[in-house]
Design a protein around this ligand. Sequence first.
Ligand SMILES: Cc1cc2nc3c(=O)[nH]c(=O)nc-3n(C[C@H](O)[C@H](O)[C@H](O)COP(=O)(O)OP(=O)(O)OC[C@H]3O[C@@H](n4cnc5c(N)ncnc54)[C@H](O)[C@@H]3O)c2cc1C
Ligand code: SF4
Length: 325
Amino acid sequence: MRLPKFEYFEPRDLKEAVSILQNEPSAKILAGGTDLLVNMKHRVECPPTIVNIKGIDDLDHIKQDNGAVRIGALTHLKRLYMTPMILDKLSGLAEAAAAVGSYHHQAMGTLAGNICQQNRCRFFNQSRWWRSSRPNCFKAGGEICHVVNKKESCYSSYCGDVAPTLLVLNAKIVLTGPKGLREIPIEDLFSGDGKTPLNLNSGEILTEIIIPAQAMDAVTSYTKFANRESIDFPIVGTAYWVSIEHKEYRVAYTAGDRKPLRGHQVEIFLNGKDLNGETINEASDLAAKDAKPVKTSVYSPAYKRRLMGLLLKEAASKSMRRATS
Ligand SMILES: Cc1cc2nc3c(=O)[nH]c(=O)nc-3n(C[C@H](O)[C@H](O)[C@H](O)COP(=O)(O)OP(=O)(O)OC[C@H]3O[C@@H](n4cnc5c(N)ncnc54)[C@H](O)[C@@H]3O)c2cc1C
Ligand code: SF4
């Protein structure tokens, strides 16, 4: 499969990259390329301009700063689970990075590329030949959705493995754009619109991820359920954060909706309570109520909801084991 034709830029610094992106609103950023180039080969994304940011200095780092951890956008996923400090203090983040695709995706794929990956749908992530048997859907520029009838928007699912863990860590992201730096909670990056899943202003690049010091006073885990154990997107993934001492709990899901979601109903129910068989069972019944899965994959919404409950149980017992080991 060949790539379509495009104009290619290799900016030397962020200023140059921002200026190219601002002048070419349909340009796409290239990091590891493991999501973007595959989509381009399938002609599901055909940007006329590619801006390769890999030559820009200071975007590949893991630093500690007043207790917070700052991770550069171009940090490879593999480096996250190879770094002893991340393994020790942020085991859920290491687990999520190690759950992505295959070793090759982890070695090439970057943290920002993983966060900013395109939403997925079984009617969209197919070859051009496969898609040619139906009219184009909204995401492909058409006027129909093959999943949700009579709705004029795209319901494709966010399927990234790492974002839910960053959500439970209350991570912030730094965006560099024409007006300088902007720091926002990672939750605010995701629009909930399957066609344009990210809230990025013109010319903006995600440059750094900041994990606050407070996030590290807890036990974290990421639990993924996929069809195959290797090279597969999650059917559902659950990130879990628990401070046993303060009886505080945070939960987030991926692949259950148009964006990664915090499990607010579960959190409200669990906060302040001791974890035992009964509370975990009740929480797992609530787990699916925050998400609205639709049939964007071959798995039914009911199956996904059931999995969300089961994964929450597994994540809770995994975290308890970690807390007491
Ligand atoms: C067979 C296969 C299996 C996969 N399995 C998984 C999986 O299990 N879990 C999973 O999470 N992912 C999976 N992926 C998707 C992908 O490999 C990973 O998400 C990877 O981490 C993407 O990172 P990248 O650096 O290669 O991103 P790229 O492909 O370079 O970019 C991805 C998107 O992010 C944008 N982008 C990149 N960097 C920035 C930035 N700094 N600021 C703003 N936008 C940016 C790009 O424009 C592009 O739209 C899979 C892909 C394939 C082909
Ligand atoms: S949810 Fe609908 S509009 Fe979105 S990609 Fe799937 S078929 Fe297309």
